[in-house]
Design a binder for this molecule. Sequence first.
Ligand SMILES: Nc1ncnc2c1ncn2[C@@H]1O[C@H](COP(=O)(O)OP(=O)(O)OP(=O)(O)O)[C@@H](O)[C@H]1O
Length: 292
Amino acid sequence: MRGSIWNSISQYAAFNTVHWNDLVDVIILSFLIYEIMVWIKKTRAWVLLKGFAVLLGFIFIAWAFRLNTILWLGKNIFSLGITALVIVFQPELRKALEQLGRQNLISSVFSFDSSKDTEARFSDRTVNELVKAVFEMAKVKTGALIVIEKKTPLGEYERTGIPLDSVLTSQLLINIFEKNTPLHDGAVLVRGDRIVSATCYLPLSDNLLLSKELGTRHRAAVGISEVTDSLTIVVSEETGGVSVASEGNIRRNLTQEELRAQLVIVQDKTQDTGRFKLWKGRVKKHEKNADK
Ligand SMILES: Nc1ncnc2c1ncn2[C@@H]1O[C@H](COP(=O)(O)OP(=O)(O)OP(=O)(O)O)[C@@H](O)[C@H]1O
């Protein structure tokens, strides 16, 4: 008897031994659940979750009072629920997957862009021109929306506008956003030292946590920063305030120095990674050999 109890205890203890991989499991799961909760809170999934809770409550009451027809209906709705969720949340799921794909780890491992690895993204001159134009527009409350491309290609948004492909100068930017001119509406896209297109249409953010004061220009800036790694500068037509959107967040009322500091980070003069320099170097060498 004593032996069998001891056996069951030791079996139970063996089953319950915590290994390091269990800890990793719990940490990863906690992180994922936290991220999903933040995601739910930020998107319209929050409203849906509340609706779902009401429906669950209703089904619980039906179960308690044995209301069989309602229970049968509830069971069938839930079996269709997963498919319905995927359809309803297709845009949010797409955004979430795109964000995952933009994580530094993945993009650095799968980066095939060997052309920009040792140069800054754009010149100091472009930084100066951008800061100058933005604050001149802010002074006279000219609304502006300028998206700066980083690693994620913005071709999809570029195509919604009018192609320019011009060297970026403060005069050109000020001219583009001048009210009542053909190019002033929408966003300007910047790649390197050039303005690639104007009047571009950007996706609007549906983040419920954004300030109600922010209109569509600011929502568009946050929207593009949710689906790409770009940095977007906004000049408010209403207040003349300068904001910067990146990674789904917006920083408002920046000073000239703060904007310059942000641009210098994007400029990334130190672009390069020791490990991939080697790998990319090999590709270049290979290309050279092929050219011979
Ligand atoms: N999806 C979009 N993509 C690109 N530009 C957009 C988009 N939506 C709005 N805009 C630009 O924003 C302008 C409207 O700005 P609106 O006044 O609604 O925004 P706001 O955030 O309140 O900015 P402001 O403080 O300048 O008034 C439009 O004329 C257009 O140029």
